[in-house]
Design a protein around this ligand. Structure first.
Ligand code: PLP
Length: 390
């Protein structure tokens, strides 16, 4: 609960004789039944940009100006902080705003950032441009290789950026080991937890100082809100991030926060169907000769596979019925994309090569449609990929 507290929240302390509510239940129910005006179950959203003062130097309530704090945004942030087990959460306008915020708040001028060589293309572009400007020094390393991570962190650093599973190759980093190496190097560690959400992975419990989300993806889950969040392990870090979010003007709108909180409330149920459908699709891919390699860590519903060439990839996507060719992931609808030409297009070819992003690589975000329809659609696509053009 922040200092802007929602005073009618049920206490976290269980009544005598009952166990405490789980983190999941507390996160998903956060704010329900707290409306003091009309006793609504769902808390209203507060679009007002400003709040009354009762005298020249005293606010009438907890709020003054919506860039600084807003009741609806706070509720969403508190729910996310509860689910991640963090001390606080700052909610911003996009995942990239969250990344921009962390670098501005926590990396000094000329500071050294160690990041994975196969991270999300937008983050690669941000770090690379900031490096070119002289604002930071970024070093890209294969963080799934602990020897390489140890070598990179034998030199002091300011921030270690972890993305696990990575986008689009779904490589796994040993978060506990790398956050330990970061600590020894004097660096803060951050995990981009966009692919997992706090229901599949809680990086703060594995030693990370910060967690980042593009809430655009699984958290909101309906492909209709762009958003981001930074969850901190300590109130001190949260305060620094919060101050910078206000200073830079990155905080999210009340309505986007209200929608994303609504999405968050169904996250657990959605993830279960996503996982069931993804398992069926992985079974198909692993048994179909058109898929040369399949990348899926065994959990989650984002996966990638290689069909050998750009031509084969084009034949596969052309004609799909219930899987849309589009960027993004984590929504209720199934999507397919070509990372090399789409999400990771800002990486030049040699950087894509080094990261393993090949011309035949396709990424799938499996939605919650009927599994049989998805499997049939993809099987037809894989059959097309195998057929040589006339
Ligand atoms: N991090 C990851 C892993 C992503 O996949 C994305 C977007 O695809 C982002 C960050 C950036 O988020 P946004 O598009 O909300 O700015």
């Amino acid at each position: 609960m922040t200092e802007h507290g929602h005073g009618d929240q049920p206490s976290d302390l269980p009544p005598i004789g009952l166990p405490p509510l789980s983190r999941l239940t507390r996160g998903i129910r956060h704010g329900l039944g707290t409306d003091r005006g009309h006793h609504a179950i769902v808390p209203p959203w507060y679009p007002s940009t400003n709040y009354r003062f009762s005298s020249l130097d005293t606010k009438a309530g907890d709020f003054d100006y919506a860039r600084t704090a807003n009741p609806t945004r706070d509720l969403f942030g508190e729910a996310l902080a509860t689910l991640e087990g963090g001390a606080g959460c700052v909610v911003v306008t996009s995942g990239m705003a969250a990344a921009t915020l962390v670098v501005n708040a926590l990396v000094p001028n000329g500071g050294r950032v160690v990041a994975p060589h196969d991270l999300y293309g937008g983050c690669w572009r941000l770090f690379t441009r900031l490096h070119e400007q002289g604002r930071i020094v970024v070093e890209y390393v294969d963080l799934t290789d602990l020897a390489a991570a140890r070598e990179a962190l034998s030199t002091p650093a300011d921030l270690v950026w972890i993305e696990s599973p990575s986008n689009p190759l779904l490589r796994l980093t040993d978060i506990e080991a790398v956050t330990g190496l970061a600590r020894e190097a004097g660096a803060l560690s951050l995990v981009d937890n966009t692919f997992c959400s706090p229901l599949l992975q809680t990086p703060l419990a594995l030693g990370a100082d910060l967690v980042l989300h593009s809430t655009t993806k699984f958290i909101n889950g309906h492909s209709d809100v762009l958003g981001g969040a930074v969850i901190s392990s300590t109130t001190d870090l949260d305060e620094q991030v919060r101050t910078w979010a206000n200073t830079l003007g990155l905080t999210a709108s009340p309505f986007d926060s209200w929608l994303a909180l609504r999405g968050l409330r169904t996250l657990d149920a959605r993830l279960r169907v996503h996982a069931e459908n993804a398992a069926a699709v992985v079974d198909l891919l692993r048994s179909h000769p058109a898929a040369k390699t399949v990348n899926h860590p065994g959990f989650g519903s984002v996966l990638s596979f290689d069909v050998g060439s750009l031509d084969a990839a084009a034949r596969l996507v052309d004609g799909l019925r219930c899987i849309d060719l589009a960027e993004s992931l984590g929504g209720v609808e199934s999507l397919i994309c070509h990372p090399g030409l789409m999400t990771h297009a800002s990486m030049p070819p040699h950087v894509q090569d080094a990261a393993g992003i090949t011309p035949g690589l396709l990424r799938l975000s499996i939605g919650i449609e009927g599994a049989d329809d998805l499997v049939a659609d993809l099987r037809a696509g894989l059959d097309r990929a195998r057929t040589l053009p006339a």
